[in-house]
Design a binder for this molecule. Sequence first.
Ligand SMILES: Nc1ncnc2c1ncn2[C@@H]1O[C@H](COP(=O)(O)OP(=O)(O)OP(=O)(O)O)[C@@H](O)[C@H]1O
Length: 254
Amino acid sequence: MIVANNLHFKQGNFVIEDLSLSFPKGEVTGIVGPNGSGKSTLLKLISRLLQQDSGAIYIDDRDLLSYKRKELARKMAMLVQLKEAMPSFTVREMVSYGRTPYQNVISGKTDEDQQIIEWAMKETGLTQLEDRLVHSLSGGEQQRVRIAMALAQKTNILLLDEPTTYLDIGHQVELMALLKRINRELGITIIMVLHELQYAAAYCHHMIVMKQGKAFTSGIPNEVLTEDLLKQVYEIEAKIIYDGNYPSIIPKQY
Ligand SMILES: Nc1ncnc2c1ncn2[C@@H]1O[C@H](COP(=O)(O)OP(=O)(O)OP(=O)(O)O)[C@@H](O)[C@H]1O
């Protein structure tokens, strides 16, 4: 469904060269790799926040660059890293922004828009918080608001850059479970950058490992995530112990 062919991209001293990848439709793909390996850059190229120097990205067999802005916003939602302060909007107002790609300036919000806003808040457990100001919420609640806004956008692709940043382990697991349910029940294709290899292994169908602007390897997580990979990509000696699909990584230096 999403295919990248022979991408070339240069920013400063960092280069992506001849990168070709595919992201399976209806599945959850995790992009992992060390700091500075190009994970966010790859996600930004897929969401058109950045544009490759050459090569092409196809979404549903159509060149990404040929989509009109609103048309693309109806197809994919992107949650960038949570770095900036959240705005002074209520939860409902912020979720409503997800309807922007469908709105007509004259008619404003339709009944259908309102129903979708209610649905998105319900799916993410925010109905009780709808009148709260977003910046007054906890980190985990704020992430749910951002996901609700993306759901209100009614896209079939959701891209997320490090969605678990700033969350404690309880909220990390809650968020991963929410994303898994969104994928399973709504069939939304999810592509996310993750630092936690254990979540990539446990919650993703497909995993891509980036190293220095290249896809070092990709495939089924528990086949990709090996002690040898940790050595070659992260340069650590570590032991991996699986409990079902969930790995524990124990570094030798410990
Ligand atoms: N605007 C820019 N100009 C020059 N270099 C940049 C720019 N943005 C990113 N880079 C460089 O590109 C490289 C890849 O960055 P990117 O953010 O994609 O890495 P990442 O794998 O997501 O890293 P992290 O895990 O630390 O978030 C890094 O070396 C970064 O310094």
